[in-house]
Design a binder for this molecule. Structure first.
Ligand code: ADP
Length: 296
C-alpha cells in the first residue's frame, strides 16, 4: 500500500496559490526527498497530509485515508514540523510523557525514544533552554513515540551542526531500511543527494520532477564544453553546434578533442576549451529557476 498519496492537491491563501494541482505517491522502504526552493509549498503540503491545513482542492491520504480518519494517528505517522513549537517550561521527559499520555501510548516508550535520539542525559532539563539541535532531536523523539510506519520531517537539518546533520541522515536511512516510509523536505539538493533514494521536486507549488536520485544525477550530469576565443564568431561558424553565451560558446554535441581539432586546422587560437560538469546544485537551480516567483 502506498504510504502517502497526494491527489490534485491545491491550497490557496488570500492572494497566493501555495500548492497547485499536486499529485504524487510516497512509497515505503525508502527515503523520499521533498525538494523545492523556500516558499515552494513543501510545509503547506506536509501540513495538509497531516490534517493541519485544509486543502482548497484535492486530497491527501495516509495509508489510503485522510489523516483525521486514522484510528491511531501517532502509531501510523510521526512528524517533525516546527521543532521550536514546544512548551518551554517542561522537561524533555515530561513533554514526551504528555504526548504519550494524550495519545494512549505506553510511557515506557519515552525512555526508548530519548535513548534513540541521544537525549537521555538531558531528559530532566527544561526544553526552553535547548539548543536548536536538541530541539530537533526532541521533535524527532516525539515523532518516533508511536513507533510509526510513516515519518514526515520538515527541513530536519536546518540549523544543525555537522554532527547533528550526520546523525539525522543516518537515522533516516535506518528508518527506511527497517521498511518504514520516510518523507523529508529540504531546499538543498546537496542534502537530498546524500540522504534520499527518491525525489519529488516542486516549484511554486507545482510538481517539477518525480524521479529516483540516481536518475536525477544521471540526467543532470551531462556536461558541456565551454569555448572562448578572440575569434569566437569564426569558431561558432565552424562548429555550428555551439550556443553563444556571453563571452563564450556552450557546446553539448561535440567533445573538446573534436572542437580543438577543427579550430586548430582553421588556425584559430583558443583562450579556453573546458569540459564543464555541472554540480547537482546547479542542475537543481536550472530545474527550478522558473519557479522562484509566485503568482496567484
Ligand atoms: P516551503 O515549505 O516550501 O518553504 P510553504 O509551504 O511554507 O513553502 O509556503 C508556500 C507559500 O504559501 C508561500 O508563499 C507562503 O508565503 C504561503 N503561505 C504559507 N502559509 C501561509 C499562511 N498561513 N497564510 C498565507 N500564506 C501562507
Amino acid at each position: 500500500m502506498t504510504a502517502i498519496r497526494a491527489v490534485n492537491l491545491h491550497k490557496r491563501y488570500a492572494g497566493t496559490t501555495a500548492v497547485a494541482d499536486l499529485s504524487f505517491a510516497v512509497e515505503p522502504g525508502r527515503v523520499t526527498g521533498f525538494l523545492g526552493p523556500n516558499g515552494s509549498g513543501k510545509s503547506t503540503t506536509m501540513r495538509m497530509i497531516l490534517g493541519l491545513d485544509r486543502p482548497s482542492g484535492g486530497t491527501a491520504l495516509v495509508d489510503g485515508r485522510p489523516y483525521h480518519e486514522l484510528r491511531h494517528p501517532l502509531r501510523k505517522v510521526g512528524a517533525l514540523l516546527d521543532a521550536k513549537a514546544v512548551h518551554g517550561g517542561r522537561s524533555a521527559r515530561n513533554h514526551l510523557l504528555a504526548v504519550a499520555q494524550s495519545n494512549g501510548l505506553p510511557a515506557s516508550r519515552v525512555n526508548e525514544v530519548l535513548e534513540t535520539v541521544g537525549l537521555r542525559e538531558v531528559a530532566r532539563r527544561r526544553v526552553g533552554g535547548f539548543s536548536l539541535g536538541m530541539s530537533q532531536r526532541l521533535g524527532i523523539a516525539a515523532a518516533l513515540l508511536g513507533d510509526p510506519e510513516i515519518l514526515i520531517f520538515d527541513e530536519p537539518v536546518n540549523g544543525l551542526d555537522p554532527d547533528g546533520i550526520l546523525w539525522i541522515r543516518r537515522l533516516m536511512r535506518r528508518l527506511a531500511a527497517e521498511g518504514r516510509t520516510v518523507f523529508v523536505s529540504s531546499h538543498l539538493m546537496s542534502e537530498m543527494a546524500q540522504t534520499a533514494d527518491h525525489l519529488i521536486v516542486i516549484g511554486r507549488g507545482r510538481l517539477i520532477a518525480d524521479t529516483s536520485v540516481e536518475e536525477f544525477i544521471g540526467r543532470s550530469s551531462q556536461g558541456y564544453v565551454r569555448v572562448r576565443s578572440p575569434r569566437l564568431a569564426e569558431v561558432a561558424e565552424l562548429i555550428r553546434v555551439g550556443e553563444p553565451n556571453g563571452d563564450h560558446l556552450r557546446v553539448t554535441a561535440m567533445s573538446t578533442l573534436e572542437i580543438g581539432t577543427i579550430t586548430a586546422r582553421a588556425g584559430i587560437p583558443l583562450e579556453e576549451l573546458t569540459f564543464v560538469q555541472p554540480s547537482l546544485e546547479a542542475a537543481y537551480m536550472e530545474l527550478t529557476k522558473n519557479s522562484l516567483e509566485f503568482t496567484s
